[in-house]
Structure formats: structure tokens, C-alpha cells
Design a protein around this ligand. Structure first.
Ligand SMILES: *Cc1c(COP(=O)(O)O)cnc(C)c1O
Length: 397
């Protein structure tokens, strides 16, 4: 612990905003012109830029990624009492959004290599545990209609969408991509978010680009985009008489936020490169480590490597939580993956009979390491050194 590099210096965060472009200029323009609220040229421009960037015809900017998911579920026609397939290993927002519309999540375990939803298990579930009642696919156990698949590209790594889309076609299911962690990632050369009926992004402060808080829904379907926009603005039928024929929401992004989003989006390519370089350095540091295994990257994808995550082997002398605490003592922020949703108190009304061994293992063994776009190689070396020392010290103690 004498080494200069190991003396605690400034705190190294997990995934911090990087603001180094036209953010000030564009936000100032909003303030100077008074266009600060939910209408304005930056909102339009941000939506256009996002649609271009994600390879879709339409984008609807929203107040958060969660509200984009809620809108997507409403806009594709998910009804109360339906079921929507969601991975068990994800941040909770997609499962919550399913509950907002009165539908139920059906959790599917993760697979071991890329840590995404296990598509073998999904295929088995749809083929063996569901059956047709007329033109509807029903869950044989609950009797409810299966209406959609909601894959989440966790940690930025794309789910194998060709299989999801084939299953969706075979079973007549809608597909909503939770691409909130994967802006800039490609699946078979196509941007995540553009492959399903609708895709959702988040611009929360910890995501690859940020608007402070915000999100968007993207789609190639004009009707779907119109519906989403309509519901996101209180379902206003008449802007003068204020007549509404259904319940809407106030889910719009403001012009100030969109101004920041336009500036951030201009730098997305360099942010993806930065994250991928960080991932490459971690890979080189840990590939041969006796106690560490890594998330693999599939051959036909390019992950934005949003949050670099290591997995401790069972032989590791310390647990992921002990490692997290060690790093914390040295001002290095690390974080486990999310509690698997089948164990969540918030979703205990839907207790599946299924087992989720991979999600549970990954939750126990994984730890996300600092991956901020602005992290310097020197800071990253500090992280790597602390990880190695923590694992080594306990091993030889
Ligand atoms: C961040 C995130 C969201 C929600 O985004 P907010 O903008 O915070 O509402 C949804 N799903 C996943 C997987 C996320 O990581």
C-alpha cells in the first residue's frame, strides 16, 4: 500500500456525466430566448437527431426512460391483465412499467455468457408452457394472454434480437426494446432500439449521454409514434377548448433538457469509443486474473460497454460485496448488479414457479467498475490496482 498510485485521491465514480461540448451554448440559447419548457426547437431537433441516430423514422422525447417504457406499452396496446415477458436480471423500471398498465411481468432467467435474457428458456416457455386459445397465446399456468416481449440490453450488450423477433412473429407478440443502457450499441450492424415495434432510451445522469433526466421512444410505426406523442401530452384532442377523450400523461421532455441532449448526442460516437477503450483496458488487466471472469461480447454485436462489470469466480477469496467495500474505502465506487426481480418485494404478487439460478449467481458474483467517459487511464489504473490488491491480499492472508 506504499505505491503512489494506491494512495487515495479524488473519488472515482461509476458512470458520471461528461459535459464537454455545446451544452452551455445550447442551454444558454434556451435561457436567452425564453424557450425553456416542453415546446421548442431543441425538442424537435433532438427528436430528429435521435431518430437519425437510432435508424428509425420517429422519435418521441419523454421525461424519463421509465415514462418512455410506460408509453410504449400503452401505445402497442398492452391491456390490464396481459402478461409481458421481462428478464429477471435488470434494473426494475421495465417491470414497474408493465405494472403501470395493469399487466403482469413474466420473468425469464439470464444466460451465462452475455448475461442477457436466456432465449433458450424463453423458447421453452413459449413452446411448452403456453397454448393458443383462438388467436391468443395464453400462459397455461395463469390463463392470461401473453402480449409482448420486453428484452433489456443490460449493461449495453445487445440481446440476440433475430431470435426474439422470430419468436415474436411465431407467437404474434409485440416487441418493446429497453435500450436505455445501450444507446450507441449495434446488433448485426443495426442500432438497438430500432429492431422491435418500439425502443426506449434513457438520458438519466448515469447513462452514456444525459439530459439531466429524460428519455425517448423510437419507432418506425407512424401510428405508434402518434399515439405515444398524444398520450405523453395529456391526450389533448383540442388545444383551445381543452377536450380530452382519454386519460393522458405529462411525459414530455423540456426544451432545456433537449438542448443538452442535442449537444450530448453530437459526441455519442466519441463516448462509445471512450467506453470501449475503457473496456479494453479492463479486459487486458483481468483476462488472465485467476479469480475474475468477464462478460463476453457476442460476435455480431458492438456493445457501447456502458458499465464494465467483472464476475468473481467461486474460488475468489473475497465476495463481490467485500470487494465493493474495499474499493469504497479507497474512494472507488463499485456496484453489484440489480436484485433479480423474482426476488423483489415490489413484485412479490407475481411469484413464479420457475427457478432463476443464473440471475442469482450473477447478482452474487458481479461488480460493476468505474466506466465514466471522462475517466483517465491513470484513474482506471488506480481502480485496477485496488481490485488486484484486494483480491491478492485476502488470498495470501
Ligand atoms: C436507466 C434504466 C431505465 C429507466 O430510465 P430512467 O430514465 O431512469 O427512468 C429503464 N430500464 C433500464 C434497464 C435502465 O437501466
Amino acid at each position: 500500500m506504499q505505491s503512489e498510485a494506491l494512495i487515495a485521491k479524488e473519488r472515482i465514480g461509476l458512470s458520471e456525466p461528461h459535459i464537454a461540448g455545446n451544452e452551455w451554448k445550447y442551454v444558454k440559447e434556451c435561457l436567452d430566448t425564453g424557450w425553456v419548457s416542453s415546446v421548442g426547437s431543441f425538442v424537435d431537433r433532438f427528436e430528429q437527431d435521435l431518430a437519425t441516430r437510432s435508424g428509425t423514422k420517429y422519435a418521441v422525447a419523454t421525461s424519463s426512460g421509465t415514462s418512455a417504457l410506460h408509453l410504449a406499452l400503452l401505445a402497442v396496446g398492452i391491456q390490464a391483465g396481459d402478461e409481458v415477458i421481462v428478464p429477471s436480471l435488470t434494473f426494475i423500471a421495465p417491470a414497474n412499467a408493465v405494472r403501470y398498465v395493469g399487466a403482469w411481468p413474466v420473468f425469464i432467467d439470464a444466460e451465462d455468457r452475455f448475461w442477457q435474457m436466456d432465449l433458450d428458456r424463453l423458447t421453452e416457455f413459449l413452446g411448452n408452457e403456453c397454448s393458443w386459445v383462438g388467436r391468443e397465446l395464453r400462459n397455461a399456468t395463469t390463463g392470461r394472454r401473453i402480449a409482448a416481449i420486453l428484452p433489456v440490453h443490460i449493461l449495453g450488450h445487445p440481446v440476440e434480437m433475430s431470435r426474439i423477433l422470430a419468436l415474436a412473429q411465431e407467437y404474434r407478440l409485440k416487441v418493446i426494446e429497453d435500450a436505455t443502457e445501450s444507446l450507441g450499441s449495434l446488433y448485426a450492424g443495426k442500432p438497438t432500439g430500432s429492431l422491435g415495434d418500439a425502443g426506449c432510451f434513457s438520458f438519466n445522469g448515469n447513462k452514456i449521454i444525459t439530459t439531466g433526466g429524460g428519455g425517448a421512444l423510437v419507432t418506425n410505426d407512424l401510428e405508434l409514434a402518434r399515439t405515444a406523442r398524444y398520450i405523453s401530452t395529456q391526450a389533448k384532442d383540442d388545444p383551445i377548448e381543452y377536450r380530452h377523450s382519454q386519460i393522458g400523461y405529462n411525459y414530455r421532455l423540456t426544451n432545456i433538457q433537449a438542448a443538452m441532449g442535442c449537444a450530448q448526442l453530437e459526441n455519442l460516437d466519441s463516448y462509445v469509443s471512450a467506453k470501449r477503450e475503457i473496456a479494453q483496458r479492463y479486459l487486458e488487466a483481468f483476462a488472465m486474473h485467476p479469480f475474475v471472469s468477464l462478460q463476453q461480447e457476442a460476435a455480431n454485436v458492438c456493445s457501447n460497454r456502458w458499465l464494465y462489470t467483472i464476475r468473481l469466480l467461486e474460488s475468489s477469496p473475497i465476495t463481490s460485496r467485500e470487494l465493493m467495500n474495499c474499493l469504497g474505502q479507497h474512494e472507488v465506487q463499485a456496484r453489484p448488479l440489480w436484485q433479480p426481480l423474482h426476488l423483489s418485494e415490489a413484485h412479490k404478487q407475481f411469484r413464479p414457479r420457475d427457478k432463476f439460478p443464473v440471475s442469482e449467481q450473477l447478482n452474487l458474483e458481479c461488480l460493476s467498475l468505474p466506466s465514466s467517459v471522462g475517466m483517465s487511464p491513470q484513474q482506471q489504473q488506480r481502480v485496477i490496482d485496488h481490485v488486484c490488491v484486494a483480491l491478492d491480499r485476502r488470498a495470501s492472508a
